[in-house]
Design a protein around this ligand. Structure first.
Ligand code: NAG
Ligand code: NAG
Ligand code: NAG
Ligand code: NAG
Ligand code: NAG
Ligand code: NAG
Length: 435
């Protein structure tokens, strides 16, 4: 037993030296030796090698599906990421907003969706707005289709987009070819019902200019061909499939077909740039001490400081205490009083529940939230971002609630109960210097 444990530990050391110590943690007062950490590989700047690395935010046009009923309630989500006069695009409403109130300049300019009465004869959709929302693709394309548009991005009014990361990811792809970039649901149920190869609309998805043009041209045909499909994203998916184009998945788009608390998911994000979050208004606030609006704005501060690190997981080991740290940059830190391998820490803690209860509900593995001191982490959430110290960006995380468990005795009885704050220093990326 002992010898196999030793082998395990020496493997961890190797892993750490391969990645090099790039990011380190200061735990104030309690010890001076910095734990060894692995740097997430998603931070490598592979897109600099791409011939399309000059794609920038002004090459994107964003179409947001909304309604006169929902936009006001969801305005804080849109305002959290929309950059007036920088992001291009429109929010589509079914009716004009109240003309006595000026349209907020913090919001995307609005457009009123075209009348869909001409589809009445064959429209058999359960939800009346499906055709109107599907037509957002065509109406966005018609509104802006100059040579300077490389990508069309579509989202709902309750989608939070990390736009700079979306740009970064789209730089990998040739905008002059047909590309359909997005992500299916986290849950098996909706994917069985719709498709495992479909970009779910709320997660946000991108169409290259030529593909958006082809979809816009064929949309009427598709609407007639598929008069009963469930959602507008399914109609667009079917239309794109008919054009012979398949989904290019990007793991950073999050439909969030989940309930309750998604902190387990956000604390074990795949090594892929965070691109979107959806459905936040139906979930527990992602930062337990704040309401939903404050939470989104809080996370967005980290996104603004260094979007490329946002939610990227770094694992650190404090060997002389047998502690493991799992850092989800800009969001949370978990301390385990045991040495746990990366392969386990990459599995999200199931703090959430699925949208449909079937035997294997998720598209990924989850870990049960256990109440024993060797497996239950001490949980810390982002508190603040300190301005740069030299070329370092400092994020501060504080304990969210008291950990009432006794210490994990099988790994040496080293309690972490007294730690209240963790500071993470990370090198500032050159292109993310204060803007
Ligand atoms: C994006 O690139 C184009 C050239 O393709 C340039 O004209 C434009 O100013 C750039 N926009 C930004 C915001 O960098
Ligand atoms: C955006 O541009 C318009 C006109 O160009 C200007 O009136 C407005 O103040 C700008 N808004 C912001 C938030 O910069
Ligand atoms: C959230 O908190 C902020 C600031 O404390 C407050 O202005 C806002 O109304 C709150 N939002 C909700 C939905 O409670
Ligand atoms: C976990 O166990 C501790 C003590 O063993 C107990 O006080 C606490 O209520 C338990 N928490 C949950 C969520 O079951
Ligand atoms: C770490 O844990 C192992 C077994 O899990 C134990 O044998 C070892 O003594 C512990 N080390 C320290 C420094 O407590
Ligand atoms: C763990 O440490 C605490 C306090 O340091 C001590 O009271 C307890 O007896 C220890 N438990 C074990 C199993 O060694």
């Amino acid at each position: 037993m002992l010898s196999s444990d030793n082998k395990f530990l020496s493997r961890l050391f190797k892993l750490i030296t391969i990645f090099g110590i790039v990011l380190y943690i200061i735990i104030y007062i309690f010890f001076n030796n910095d734990p060894c950490c692995t740097e997430p590989t998603s931070l490598s700047r592979y897109t600099e090698l791409s011939p399309y690395h000059d794609t920038n935010i002004s090459h994107l046009v964003i179409g947001i599906a909304s309604s006169s009923k929902s936009w006001r309630r969801r305005k804080p989500y849109i305002e959290s990421w929309w950059k007036p006069n920088v992001t291009r695009g429109f929010i589509f409403l079914d009716r004009a907003p109240d003309e006595h109130l000026p349209w907020p300049s913090s919001m995307p300019p609005y457009r009123i969706s075209e009348d869909t009465a001409r589809y009445n004869a064959f429209n058999m959709h359960k939800m009346r707005y499906v055709i109107r929302v599907a037509r957002v693709v065509e109406e966005t394309f018609n509104a802006e289709n100059g040579d300077d548009v490389r990508w069309y991005v579509f989202a709902d009014d309750d989608t939070v987009l990390f736009v700079d990361n979306v740009v970064e990811v789209l730089r990998k792809y040739d905008h002059s070819k047909y590309f359909y970039v997005g992500m299916p649901s986290e849950c098996v149920g909706p994917n069985i019902k719709l498709s495992f190869n479909m970009a779910f609309g709320g997660a946000g998805y991108a169409l290259s200019h030529p593909l958006a043009k082809a979809v816009a041209k064929n949309l009427d045909l598709c609407l007639k061909r598929y008069p009963t499909l469930y959602g507008s994203d399914e109609i667009i998916y079917s239309c794109i499939a008919d054009l012979g184009v398949s989904l290019t998945p990007e793991k950073g788009f999050h439909q969030i077909d989940l309930y309750q608390d998604i902190s387990g998911l956000l604390s074990a994000h795949p090594q892929s740039l965070a691109l979107s979050l959806h459905h936040l208004e139906g979930l527990r606030s992602i930062f337990p001490s704040m309401n939903r609006t404050e939470s989104v704005n809080h996370l967005m501060q980290a996104a603004k400081a260094d979007g490329s690190r946002l939610l990227q997981q770094t694992i650190c080991y404090q060997m002389h205490k047998n502690w493991t740290f799992s850092v989800s940059w800009g969001y949370s830190i978990h301390i385990y009083e045991a040495i746990l391998p990366t392969s386990i820490l990459q599995v999200p803690l199931e703090t959430f529940s699925p949208i449909s209860r079937i035997r294997w509900p998720y598209m990924f593995k989850t870990r049960r939230v256990l109440n024993n001191s060797c497996e239950a982490p001490h949980v810390f959430f982002l508190h603040s971002i300190v301005t740069h110290v030299g070329n370092l960006l400092e994020t501060v995380y504080i304990r969210s609630s008291e950990h009432r468990l006794s210490t994990c005795s099988s790994s040496g009885n080293h309690t972490a109960n007294h730690i209240s704050e963790i500071r993470v220093l990370a090198p500032v990326r050159k292109d993310y210097e204060v803007r």
